[in-house]
Design a protein around this ligand. Structure first.
Ligand SMILES: NC(=O)c1ccc[n+]([C@@H]2O[C@H](COP(=O)([O-])OP(=O)(O)OC[C@H]3O[C@@H](n4cnc5c(N)ncnc54)[C@H](O)[C@@H]3O)[C@@H](O)[C@H]2O)c1
Ligand SMILES: O=P(O)(O)OC[C@H](O)CO
Length: 329
């Protein structure tokens, strides 16, 4: 199997950065963006100041507002916010072109993972997942990055790795799609919690504890939904959790930081152009965990802060007064 022509659905920071990777060496890439101004600035000035400022883009990236123009591609990278993936995939003609899911989230309402959403919206399309510790602005600058590329068909994984790999962009093939996508979805919620710890000034010990106990929550939920533990401990799980819980570059971490400073979620989310996926994933993850019989106290706490039902100090008190238990539990 050979994949040459890559198209990207989504002209946000990550879609643009991935288009830049795929365009290395002057290879043509098509990128669908929702905003006309993004289409125009990519085509005319080879920049995306709205979502990826300060990066000179390859002139071989051609933007379009017409999904029909993506028919040209051998494979589509799907990089829209998670809650819009079903609608966008439903707008494409049905076909057997591989879809590589690069978004991180769980669909609200249905509680479905994006692989399940894609299988319903495009039943004939082979599905892959690309996920890992990857701040878009670093990838677009060519800074060294490693990422998980999961596909059920090893030939598809191999063809995609061959097409996307660069000296500074190293995809590691996997066959565990569920593990790869659960890590990315759950870490966004945990990053909000880490931001809260930082914003409230609770210290570095608390943040390390939260990353470790958060990873335990991710693992319990992931295994209950069919993920492999080694995938959760890899780039797309623990790797991305550590990155996103350590930096104000993360939109999820910075949302939590604001909450930790006492700002309301509504105020922090108002007029946001960029997406903090964890805010949308948190309530559906809580529900999905409940359905699966999995305890996720950190996720519960983030939900309480986001919906304003609890204040920070009482959430912290509740977390610290939970029954003492053995570490592996
Ligand atoms: N930015 C990163 O570093 C990064 C890295 C890895 C994965 N991701 C994931 O990629 C996905 C996209 O994030 P991003 O950072 O590229 O976005 P972004 O925050 O840079 O931009 C917001 C995006 O949302 C789109 N959007 C808003 N309303 C929409 C609608 N109604 N229908 C379709 N699209 C709509 C905008 O067009 C824009 O592309 C998310 O799931 C995110 O978790 C992001
Ligand atoms: O800015 P965030 O929090 O959406 O994180 C971006 C990427 O998911 C990091 O891997």
């Amino acid at each position: 199997m050979k994949i040459e022509r890559i198209a990207v659905i989504g002209g946000g920071a990550w879609g643009t950065a991935l288009a830049q990777v795929a365009a290395t060496g002057g290879r043509e890439v098509r990128l669908w963006a929702r905003e006309a101004e993004v289409v125009d600035t990519i085509n005319d000035a080879h920049t995306n100041p709205l979502f990826l400022p300060g990066i000179a883009l390859s002139p071989s990236i051609r933007a379009t507002g017409d999904l029909g123009e993506l028919d040209w591609a051998d494979a589509l990278l799907v990089v829209a916010p998670a809650q819009h993936v079903r609608t966008l995939l439903g707008s494409l003609p049905q076909g057997g072109r591989p879809l590589i899911l690069c978004s991180k989230g769980i669909e609200a309402g249905s509680m479905k993972l994006l692989t399940e959403v894609a299988a319903e919206a495009q039943p004939q399309a082979p599905i892959a997942v690309l996920s890992g510790p990857t701040f878009a602005h670093e990838v677009a600058q060519g800074l060294p990055t490693a990422i998980t590329l999961a596909a059920a068909d090893p030939a598809l994984a191999e063809a995609l790795v061959a097409r996307l790999a660069q000296p500074t962009f190293r995809p590691y093939a996997s066959s565990d799609l569920i593990g790869a996508e659960i890590g990315g979805a759950v870490k966004n919620v945990l990053a909000i919690a880490c931001g809260v710890v930082e914003g409230r000034g609770l210290g570095q010990n608390a943040r390390a504890a939260l990353i470790s106990r958060g990873f335990a929550e991710m693992s319990r939920f992931g295994v209950a939904r069919g993920a492999r533990p080694e995938t959760l401990a890899g780039l797309s799980g623990l790797g991305d959790l550590v990155l996103t819980c350590s930096s104000q570059s993360s939109r999820n971490f910075s949302l939590g930081f604001g909450l930790g400073r006492g700002e309301s979620a509504a105020a922090l989310m108002a007029d946001r152009k960029t997406v903090a996926e964890g805010a949308f994933t948190a309530p559906v993850l809580r529900e999905a965990a409940h359905t699966a019989g999995v305890e996720m106290p950190i996720v519960d706490a983030v939900c309480d802060l986001l919906d304003g039902s609890e204040k920070i100090d009482s959430v912290v008190e509740q977390m610290l007064s939970r029954p003492l238990r053995t570490e592996g539990a």
